[in-house]
Design a protein around this ligand. Structure first.
Ligand code: 5GP
Ligand code: MN
Length: 362
């Protein structure tokens, strides 16, 4: 099976001059093949990762609206529910949720001519949905920006330097020669993912990204309105929970420039924590000058989940993949543990000590 693999966007990226001609020709052939595949109406099922965030829903909805306008029949599937603060996004209610209606999701996968994998690059990130995708004969298109993509798609737009999958969806539409089809509705979706995955542009560095954002604003995307809908929609319980985390559940490991916050199952009940309610809490640790690694460790009914963040050159991706069966990006990763909260906290501290001691001995 030929692969359509782009490490760095070839046409738009300065790396173009280093790109081998052979790969470039193969890439152009594959792009042509994909264009032909999409040139007549198809049944297309879009999928994204468990616990979908703004980039997951933004990229999926952006592609949804784009493909609908080309007369395709389009379905969307998320493994689990999306957070309430994305409820305003147009057509989000059409998204099927595997946890709620697995049969309907399974038939959307079985009937698909083409399946898109958006904002994830490994089938283990989508649980049972992954098994269904693996079994399907549909053509698979992956658009993603996480490190170390798995080899399961026929067409891959994988760029780990991209700020977000939404940035890559913009590139994808541009590569198809259809940039003029990006309207304010698609623009709102792409802006949402760029906004949330860059931490409101705090981690946005590339001039290319700002040009894309400028284009979106030019076609009528109202960035301030989107920020307001996403970030100013908290309930009182969210601020009380944040206060609890910072006051009672925070520990700073000065020696290792590391901060951690944890939550117990009891906290989940006491603060009525629902999906998405803990989003962003880990980032408060990074606002401490001495903290270079931040961890948010929370106990769920079956697993203990970790959210890891870092500053600069320190890679939390390595810590997540080596110790917690996880992955993600250099400065933002996640993983899980199956040994309960306290042992997980101990394991995290040991992992940090090991990482730092190894760095020192190098
Ligand atoms: P978050 O901490 O916000 O849940 O996730 C941060 C980043 O790590 C995201 O890019 C997410 O896709 C990735 N990530 C989170 N949990 C896991 C996991 O269990 N496995 C892998 N491979 N990546 C994860
Ligand atoms: Mn993303």
């Amino acid at each position: 099976m030929l692969k359509f693999l782009i490490w760095g966007i070839i046409i738009l990226h300065p790396f173009v001059i280093f790109f081998e001609l052979k790969n470039f020709i193969e890439y152009m052939d594959r792009l042509q093949e994909l264009k032909e595949l999409l040139s007549s109406p198809k049944t297309i099922t879009l999928t994204t990762h468990r616990n979908p965030d703004g980039d997951a829903m933004g990229s999926m909805l952006g592609v949804f609206h784009f493909l609908k306008r080309q007369n395709h029949r389009v379905f969307m599937i998320a493994p689990s529910e999306y957070p309430e603060n994305f409820e305003w996004m147009m057509s989000i209610q059409e998204c099927l949720i595997w946890d709620i209606s697995p049969e309907e999701c399974q038939s959307a996968i079985s009937n698909a001519d083409i399946i898109f994998a958006l904002d994830y690059n490994g089938l283990d990130r989508v649980d049972k949905l992954g098994e269904a995708i693996k079994k399907s004969d549909a053509q698979k298109v992956l658009i993603d920006h996480h490190l170390f993509p798995e080899d399961f798609a026929d067409f891959m737009l994988s760029d780990t330097t991209a700020s977000s999958t939404c940035e890559l969806v913009y590139d994808f539409i541009e590569l198809l020669g259809m940039k003029n089809k990006i309207d304010p509705i698609i623009g709102d979706c792409l802006y949402t993912g760029i906004l949330t995955d860059t931490g409101s542009f705090k981690h946005a560095t590339s001039p290319k990204l700002f040009r894309i954002v400028a284009d979106l604003v030019e076609i009528g995307v109202d960035g301030n309105a989107i920020q307001d809908k996403i970030f100013n929609s908290l309930k009182e319980k969210h601020l009380r929970l944040l206060g609890h985390c910072l006051h009672n559940r925070m520990e700073i490991l000065e020696e290792y420039h590391t901060g951690l916050i944890w939550l117990t199952k009891g906290d989940y009940e006491k603060f009525d924590i629902q999906r998405g309610d803990t989003e962003g809490i880990v980032n408060y640790l990074l606002s401490l000058k001495q903290v270079k690694i931040a961890a948010f460790i929370h106990e769920q009914p079956k697993i203990t989940k970790l959210s890891l963040r870092s500053k600069g050159d320190i890679s939390v991706q390595q810590i997540a993949s080596k110790y917690f069966r996880g992955g993600g990006h250099k400065n933002a990763s996640g993983g899980a543990s199956f040994i309960g909260l306290e042992p997980t906290i101990r394991k995290f501290k040991e992992a940090i000590a090991e990482t730092f001691n190894k760095e020192l001995s190098n």
